[in-house]
Design a protein around this ligand. Structure first.
Ligand SMILES: Cc1cc2nc3c(=O)[nH]c(=O)nc-3n(C[C@H](O)[C@H](O)[C@H](O)COP(=O)(O)OP(=O)(O)OC[C@H]3O[C@@H](n4cnc5c(N)ncnc54)[C@H](O)[C@@H]3O)c2cc1C
Length: 331
């Protein structure tokens, strides 16, 4: 790994704020830079008026690269591939990290293909052995872990699973210098142009980044009963998730779905309500730090992965939990 001295971290922002996964990637990047004797560079992209939040300049990275272009605001993955690839080719970082978010999942493979380099996706741990970078990720729907080792092509591209790595704290005494570059994005080569971004009405916390998720399955019995989950989520500051049949039935939107064909989540606390624990559901949530399951069937497979289990009718238990949490958490 001595063939490059820079670790780059693509920091995602939303409305001028660093997304939590951006802070996590920054921390992972700084740690890696220390282990490899390299420098950490935060990379941000945006329109001509884009600025760098203090959480990035004060994060302890050695430098910040801000890539600007009118086609990068709003986010345009094809434009970003062009802009990012050009910077990587001219500056040659050894490693590029980004969050395994919707944007990261779109950007990283396109970038890897354009640069002809390897990509490790959805990593949950990074390790350095001698000069070799190793990355671990779950495979076979979370039943096993695989460790990747990169070949000789640089940079090593990695996406990091949200909520797994510790977030960076703004600790640096001095702000890192910001270098601003204007990207060259060929107008005729840009096959995708974003005309408008419409925010979903009443949009709640994104389940991929939520620290607490209250998730409902078919045991909730009808869509109206999800009100009980919304109430508990409100008290806990949580996001509401769902199993696939709930989504297939149209009770919740697809962005709520947890599992193999939905989102992969790793919150601090996952409360599974009336969810059986099918392997496809577990694939999306079994890396949660603490799992609480509520199910009327004591033999439901969800109890095999749960840290705490409650056997009973979820419709009776949820209002009691909400009332108790309200008492404990109210100021
Ligand atoms: C290719 C493929 C991909 C898939 N991808 C996903 C995926 O991404 N995510 C996903 O979730 N599933 C996925 N599935 C579906 C998965 O196999 C299961 O069918 C699904 O997870 C079951 O959802 P459930 O637990 O909500 O429903 P059920 O299996 O119907 O379980 C309902 C549970 O609720 C309990 N219950 C019922 N009433 C109550 C009550 N009053 N109080 C307490 N408990 C109660 C029951 O005991 C039961 O355990 C996929 C399947 C396939 C084949």
């Amino acid at each position: 790994m001595n063939d490059g001295k820079q670790i780059w971290v693509w920091v995602e922002t939303l409305a001028g704020q660093v997304k939590p996964v951006g802070l996590e990637a920054l921390h992972a990047g700084k740690t890696l830079a220390e282990q490899l004797g390299a420098t950490a560079t935060a990379v941000l992209a945006g329109g001509p008026d884009a600025t760098v939040p203090e959480a990035v300049t004060g994060s302890g990275v050695q430098q910040v690269l801000l890539i600007q272009h009118p086609h990068l605001d709003p986010h345009n993955s094809l434009g970003l591939v062009e802009a990012f690839a050009a910077q990587i080719q001219s500056r040659q970082p050894a490693v590029v990290l980004m969050g395994a978010t919707n944007h990261g999942k779109e950007l990283a493979p396109a970038l890897a293909a354009k640069l002809g380099v390897g990509l490790a996706t959805d990593c949950i741990a990074l390790d350095v052995e001698g000069d070799t970078l190793k990355a671990r990720r779950p495979v076979y729907a979370g039943k096993a872990h695989i460790t990747f080792q990169f070949g000789e092509h640089r940079p090593c591209l990695l996406t990091l699973r949200p909520n797994v790595f510790r977030p960076s704290q703004a600790t640096a005494a001095e702000a890192a210098p910001v270098e601003t570059v204007t990207a060259e994005i060929p107008e005729d080569g840009l096959r995708l142009k974003i005309k408008d971004v419409v925010q979903a009405a009443g949009r709640k916390l994104d389940i991929s980044e939520a620290r607490i998720i209250v998730s409902g399955g078919m045991g909730m019995q009808k869509p109206e009963n999800f009100r009980l989950l919304e109430e508990l989520a409100e008290v806990l500051g949580a996001a509401v998730g769902a199993s696939r049949p709930v989504v297939d039935n149209g009770w919740r939107e697809y962005s709520n779905q947890v599992g193999q064909t939905g989102r992969t989540v790793s919150p601090d606390l996952y409360i599974a309500c009336g969810i059986s624990g099918a392997v496809q559901h577990l694939a999306g949530m079994s890396s949660s730090r603490c799992i609480v399951a509520i199910n009327k069937d004591p033999n439901a497979p969800i109890f095999d992965v749960a840290d705490y289990g409650i056997v009973g009718n979820v419709l009776d238990i949820l209002p009691v939990m909400t009332a108790e949490f309200k008492k404990v958490l109210s100021p």
